[in-house]
Design a protein around this ligand. Structure first.
Ligand code: ZN
Length: 57
């Protein structure tokens, strides 16, 4: 069974990536930034495994 990965969005540059846990350093801006959980949790955006369009762009 495949575990749904979370979407993470860098609060610094807005870069999004899919991973079980957010990385310590953003691969885009190379800063240690806060990663916001941008995973969709509602059926409107496709459920877990999908990015929440409200956050993820
Ligand atoms: Zn970044």
């Amino acid at each position: 069974m495949e575990e749904p990965k979370n979407w993470w969005k860098c609060s610094n540059c807005g870069y999004t990536l899919q991973a079980p846990t957010p990385p310590e350093t953003c691969p885009s801006c190379k800063e240690k930034c806060i990663f916001i959980d941008a995973t969709c949790y509602t059926p409107e955006c496709g459920g877990p495994g999908q990015i929440d369009p409200q956050i993820g762009r």
